[in-house]
Design a binder for this molecule. Structure first.
Ligand code: BTN
Length: 249
C-alpha cells in the first residue's frame, strides 16, 4: 500500500501533523511518527508525557467508509486494535479502560486521542496513539509514578517504537475494516474482552464538574459507558473522565 508516512525527530504533536496531512489529501492509513513531542496532547486538554527515543508517539490518518455520526466510535475501534497488538507483543494481559486507555496491571501504559474533520464528502479521522515502550521507573516524573507504567517495566520486553508503528497500523486498519463491514457490535464484543474495569467502583466527573460514583457495567452499543449508582440508577457517561473511586485524577 502506498502510505505517505512522515517520520520526525521532534514535533509539537503528531496529531497536528496528521490533521494537516488529511487536509492536504493524504491517503487512508498514512502515519506520522515522532521521536519526541514538545506539545504532546492527551484527552481532556491534558499534556502527554513525550520524552525522546523511548516511546511510541504516532498518528494515523483514516478515511473510513462510515457515516459521519459513527466517527466517535473510532476511538474504541482504535482501543481494541492497540490492546490486541500490544498484548501479542508483550505476551502479558493488556486491559482497556473506557474509552481507550491501555492498562497493564493497574497502571496506564498508553492512550489514544482521536480527532476528526467531518466535512461531508471529505471527512477524515486522526487516530493518535502514545505507548510507553521502554521507560524505566526512574524515567517517570514523580506525578506519574503511581499511575503510569511501560511495557518494559511490566513485561521485560523491549520494543522498537518504529516497528510497533508499522505493526500497529496493520492491526488498526484491520479493525477499521471490520468496523466498516461488520458494524460496531463486533468491535464492542472484542472491546469487552479487554475491559479491565467492568464491575469495579468508578467515579466519573461529568462535564458540569460533578463527580458521581457507581459500578461500571461496561460500554453500550452507542459507545457510551453505563454506570450504575448505589440506588440502582443507570447513567450513561458520554464524555468526561472516569477514574477508580477515591482516586479522581
Ligand atoms: C490520553 O490518554 O489522554 C490520550 C493520549 C494520546 C497521546 C498521543 S501521542 C501521539 C499523539 N499525538 C498527540 O499529541 N497525542 C497523541
Amino acid at each position: 500500500m502506498d502510505y505517505r508516512d512522515i517520520f520526525l525527530k521532534s514535533t509539537d504533536s503528531t496529531n497536528r501533523v496528521a490533521r494537516e496531512l488529511g487536509e492536504q489529501g493524504g491517503v487512508h492509513g498514512s502515519g506520522v511518527f515522532a521521536d519526541t513531542q514538545t506539545g504532546g496532547r492527551g484527552r481532556l486538554g491534558r499534556a502527554w508525557f513525550s520524552p525522546p527515543g523511548k516511546n511510541l508517539y504516532c498518528s494515523y490518518l483514516v478515511r473510513p467508509d462510515i457515516a459521519l455520526a459513527e466517527y466517535p466510535k473510532l476511538t474504541m475501534v482504535a482501543g481494541v486494535a492497540a490492546a490486541q497488538c500490544l498484548q501479542e507483543i508483550c505476551t502479558i494481559p493488556v486491559g482497556l479502560k473506557w474509552p481507550n486507555d491501555l492498562y497493564i496491571k493497574s497502571r496506564k501504559c498508553g492512550g489514544i486521542l482521536c480527532e476528526s474533520s467531518l466535512a461531508p464528502g471529505d471527512s477524515f479521522g486522526v487516530i493518535g496513539i502514545g505507548i510507553n515502550c521502554n521507560l524505566s521507573d526512574s524515567d517517570l516524573p514523580e506525578e506519574l509514578k503511581d499511575i503510569a507504567t511501560s511495557v518494559l517495566i511490566e513485561s521485560g520486553v523491549a520494543i522498537d517504537p518504529k516497528k510497533l508503528f508499522v505493526r500497529l497500523r496493520d492491526t488498526l486498519l484491520g479493525a477499521v475494516r471490520d468496523f466498516e463491514k461488520q458494524g460496531f457490535s463486533k468491535i464492542l464484543t472484542r472491546w469487552n474482552r479487554f475491559d479491565a474495569f467492568r464491575g469495579t467502583h468508578m467515579t466519573w466527573v461529568r462535564e458540569d464538574g460533578k463527580a458521581v460514583a457507581g459500578i461500571s457495567l461496561g460500554p453500550d452499543l452507542d459507545g457510551s459507558l453505563v454506570v450504575q449508582d448505589s440506588d440502582g440508577n443507570r447513567h450513561k457517561v458520554i464524555s468526561g473522565d472516569v477514574t477508580l473511586a477515591g482516586s479522581v485524577a
